[in-house]
Ligand binder design. Structure first.
Ligand code: ADP
Length: 485
């Protein structure tokens, strides 16, 4: 054995992706009616790189007046062009957007990692290709709606108001815009205030693709701007992905109106490891479920249930694997865990880690080196967690895993369903019959079996209970933008 292999502290050499392929303007205006327009109040806010706190750009803050201009542009585009051109023509534009995302994939991945903090490996291999795939998939449906819904005469709603979070900025924009355009709706979309840049890059593509003016409008701002979209009287449909709290505010705001909504909200997914599971793969699935992506996914496998007979083995292997996770520069191709998206989010995660400790849970954190600047959190695991503990009940949105044990199938189903959320879950076992039994009893929109966090444009995604309602992806995602006679 060479000296290097014997030395447990050997490191990978840095392999940073160059940021030279990315053009980020110093200032971005609002993309309304096919043009870049200044915000009416003249206000801009900064978007920073969470890995080093440097300012990347400043971005317009849209107020109610700007929202009104954007909605009017979307309405005009719907009435005058988008609802009039053939479905085949609509499809051509959507295909064009898909291809242009592919052509500029590297630039999108770099900007996504710089603005959001996620590792370049994730943005390059997951976010950007999936975003392009969503546009391809829904472009294919645009002229086949009558086959998708035979005898039901599908019709577009009109103008969709779309509000997205910071965890998958480009991908969420694709999830929202692609089915809306394919079904003949026009769009006013607002990205999250901490990650607006890839949505603004998408606006550049939409302009280059020569989409008719006003079909897609992308405006930036924080919660107030989002609320102005929700409350605008001429919006027909709201598509929202974000926190359960804001989801509840939106439901109250649209109660008694004619507005339709799909809400994809928080989660607290159970990842269940049975004793007959392939343990090594399951351990990798746990790591993928909670630590890759900094736990910044609403479907993160944040509650781990391990059958008692394999508990010691799973936890030993999991801790060993956690020690090898590389936390640091999101632009480095070796990085597993990037920066936490914002200082506010880091404070929330730290608050929950303190609560977990105070509740007497046993904590394990890998001993990784954290950079001085930026927002970072070590991969964290809590053992002996009780069902009632806050870290087992509330969404943390960070790399923090709450571990519990179980003995029987019925017990774990009861425990896993004992949450206000119901977005996703994972099951690891060698037995197909057990998979069918457990998945049919889990109150979760998506249940992965012997894998985790796998997405495909053809599969619907969405929640039960406080995780929201409506589905995105697949045929279900199309029907969410259509009314039927
Ligand atoms: P997260 O915890 O994921 O940041 P939020 O629900 O706070 O989730 O934010 C998700 C999106 O909702 C962001 O684009 C944010 O600006 C927007 N938003 C926040 N408050 C409101 C509101 N009251 N009405 C509409 N949108 C809002």
């Amino acid at each position: 054995m060479s000296k290097k292999t014997k030395d447990k502290n050997w490191n990978y050499s840095p392999a940073p992706e160059s940021s030279s392929s990315a053009t980020i303007e110093k200032r971005y205006n609002l993309f309304i009616n096919g043009k870049w327009v200044k915000p009416s109040n003249g206000k801009y806010f900064k978007t920073i790189n969470p890995a080093n706190e440097s300012v990347l750009s400043e971005v317009a803050e849209a107020n109610e007046k700007d929202v009104d201009i954007a909605v009017k542009a979307a309405r005009k585009a719907y009435d005058k062009t988008w609802s009039k051109i053939s479905a085949k023509e609509r499809a051509k534009y959507i295909y064009r957007i898909a291809r242009m995302i592919q052509e500029r994939a590297r630039e999108f991945a770099v900007i996504e990692s710089m603005d959001g903090g996620k590792p370049i490996r994730e943005s390059r291999d997951v976010d950007v290709p999936l975003a392009a795939n969503h546009f391809f998939y829904y472009a294919g449906w645009a002229d086949k709606l009558e086959y998708a819904f035979p005898m039901r005469k599908p019709k577009a709603y009109g103008v969709a108001g779309q509000i997205i979070p910071w965890n998958f900025p480009l991908l969420m924009a694709a999830w929202k815009i692609a089915p809306a355009l394919a079904t003949g709706n026009t769009v006013v979309l607002k990205p999250a205030e901490t990650t607006p840049l890839t949505a603004l890059k998408l606006a550049e593509i939409i302009q280059e693709a020569e989409l008719p003016d006003g079909v897609v409008n992308i405006i930036t701002g924080a919660g107030k701007t989002g609320a102005a979209i929700v409350n605008h009287p001429d919006i027909d449909k709201i598509a929202f992905t974000g926190s359960t709290n804001v989801g509840k505010i939106i439901q109250q705001a649209i109660a008694g109106t004619n507005k339709k909504a799909t809400l994809e909200l928080g989660g607290k997914a159970a990842n269940i490891i049975f004793e007959d599971a392939p343990i090594d793969q399951a351990v990798e699935g746990i790591i993928n479920g909670i630590y890759f992506n900094q736990g910044h996914v609403c479907c993160a496998g944040s509650r781990l249930f391990v059958q008692e007979s394999v508990y010691d083995e799973v936890i030993r292997k999991l801790k060993w694997r956690m020690k090898s996770l590389i936390v640091g520069d999101p632009m480095d191709k070796n990085t597993d865990i990037g920066a936490i998206n914002s200082s506010e989010q880091l404070k929330t995660i730290e608050k929950y880690i303190a609560i977990g400790k105070k509740d007497g849970n046993q904590i394990f954190q890998s001993e990784c080196f954290l950079p001085k600047k930026g927002f970072w959190c070590k991969p964290t695991l809590f053992e002996n967690v009780a069902q009632s503990d806050r870290i087992a009940q509330e969404e943390i949105f960070g790399p923090v895993l709450a571990v519990q044990t179980f003995r029987t199938v019925d017990e774990v189903i009861a425990k896993a369903n004992n949450t206000p959320f119901g977005l996703s879950a994972g099951v690891w076992t060698d037995k197909g019959s057990k998979i069918f039994n457990v998945t049919s009893k889990m109150k979760a929109g998506v249940v992965w079996a012997n894998t985790y966090n796998k997405f495909d444009p053809t599969s619907p995604f969405g929640g039960f209970k406080e995780s929201g309602y409506g589905r995105e992806g697949g045929l279900h995602g199309l029907s969410a933008y259509l009314k039927f006679d």
